[in-house]
Design a protein around this ligand. Structure first.
Ligand SMILES: *Cc1c(COP(=O)(O)O)cnc(C)c1O
Length: 408
């Protein structure tokens, strides 16, 4: 049988009001296609990678030489960061939602002994991996970390900075301090926070590896490069123990970004194929983040979140998150049990909000690159209209007025 030739694929324009990917700016999309055809060793492509590396050091707030980006999405960067964890390594994982839960699975796959992996390869039990569960809707605190590290004395500890599943900010200050105190090397999933939160990697000396993604705070939806940064201590340890993967090897992938033998060099060497489109759009997204300024950007998100929280609360919702790019909420009591239906009806109209992916079912409304008064007003109006269509009578105009009073 011949494969059919399908009609050209067309994808609609939606309001991407979820936890991520966000509403990527037209500038970034334009930079993707306004380029010539060139190969991965073209001097301008290599220059774009070197400039991106330098901009990333600014975005992360670090002098770490090994600061670059892993080709792929957030999980690619996390796979790279966890590549230093070997079978039998003692590691403590703090889990308070969907994403730190997947980080934990990923670490169990790496930390399991061959026998443990073979016994249940898709969900191995790894006796050297200690999981500290924190309930959905709560944050990982410094005390929780301190207590666990005192008790277990691991080599590594890991957690998410912002847990996107439940919208909670975890305490990286407490985490870093406890790691330093106990001589533990900290690893952080900063997929949701980079480009939104104001933090500087170099202020957290207990944390040695950081991994992020292209499409949340950095806003490069052409899923190109996932930012990573590693301290010299991490790189020394990796050199000593080795890694079992070529493509996500932090030292090897860094070479194409012109980081060789712990030094910035003039020109990168081949690691894998890079495209001018990917490099140019990522470069443009980083330029946009830095043009905003990290502090100003964090402030814009804080203001927008506070205003949207007030408007949704006015309509009877209960917000339980504390991230500034994402609101996780319960619908009014009367609509309990209808969360998924509510989200599906919004999504059918290209108003793309999300439910939580693990229990309990809540609703997630994100504001990545949706910070203008007009965009926030649209979110409040669409949400309020849907509440009314679910026979929950609410005053949408009053909610919009509430939103505006917090923006001005
Ligand atoms: C989104 C997210 C991920 C996964 O990132 P992808 O880009 O989908 O691979 C991992 N961790 C956290 C905290 C996230 O928010």
């Amino acid at each position: 049988m011949n494969a059919p030739v399908f009609p050209e694929l067309k994808i609609p324009d939606t309001i991407a009001a979820g936890p991520g990917p966000g509403n990527t700016a037209q500038r970034v999309l334009d930079a993707y296609h306004d380029q010539g055809v060139a190969d991965h060793m073209n001097p301008d492509v290599l220059r774009g990678m070197i400039e991106s590396k330098k901009m990333l050091r600014e975005v992360w707030g670090t002098n770490n030489i090994h600061t670059f980006a892993c080709a792929g999405t957030g999980w690619s960067a996390l796979d790279m960061m966890f590549s230093v964890v070997h079978p039998g390594d003692k590691i403590v994982l703090f889990v308070n939602g969907t994403f730190s839960g997947i980080d934990e699975l990923s670490v169990r796959m790496k930390g399991a002994t061959p026998e443990e992996l073979a016994a249940n390869s898709l969900d191995p039990k790894a006796s050297s991996v200690v999981t500290i569960k924190v309930p959905h809707g709560e944050s990982v605190t410094g005390e929780i970390v301190e207590k666990a590290l005192t008790e277990h004395k691991p080599k590594w500890a890991a957690m998410a900075h912002w847990e996107t599943g439940s919208g909670r900010v975890n305490d990286i200050r407490g985490f870093s301090d406890a790691c330093e105190k106990h001589g533990v090397m900290g690893l952080v999933d900063a997929v949701s926070s980079l480009g939104i939160a104001e933090f500087r990697v170099d202020d957290y000396p207990g944390i040695h590896g950081w991994a992020s993604c292209p499409q949340k705070g950095v806003m490069a939806l052409p899923l190109t490069y996932a930012p990573v940064t590693f301290t010299d201590t991490y790189i020394e340890e990796l050199k000593k123990v080795g890694g079992r993967c070529f493509v996500h090897h932090p030292i090897m992938e860094a070479r194409h970004w012109a980081i060789i033998e712990g030094q910035d060099v003039e020109k990168g060497t081949y690691h894998r194929t890079h495209s001018p489109y990917a490099v140019a759009s990522f470069h443009e997204a980083l330029r946009m983040v830095l043009e905003d300024g990290m502090l100003q950007r964090a402030e814009k998100y804080r203001t927008a979140e506070k205003a949207l929280r007030a408007a949704l609360t006015k309509m009877g919702c209960n917000v339980t998150s504390n991230m500034t790019s994402l609101l996780v909420l319960d619908l009014p009591d009367q609509l309990k049990g209808q969360e998924k239906d509510f989200v599906n009806k919004c999504r059918a109209e290209n108003f793309c909000i999300w439910p939580t992916l693990s229990e309990p079912t809540q609703i997630r409304v994100g504001i990545l690159n949706l910070l203008s008064e007009a965009e926030l007003t649209e979110i409040v109006s669409r949400f309020g209209d849907m509440l009314n269509r679910f026979d929950y009578k609410t005053d949408v105009d009053a909610a919009v007025a509430e939103l505006k009073s917090h923006l001005n």
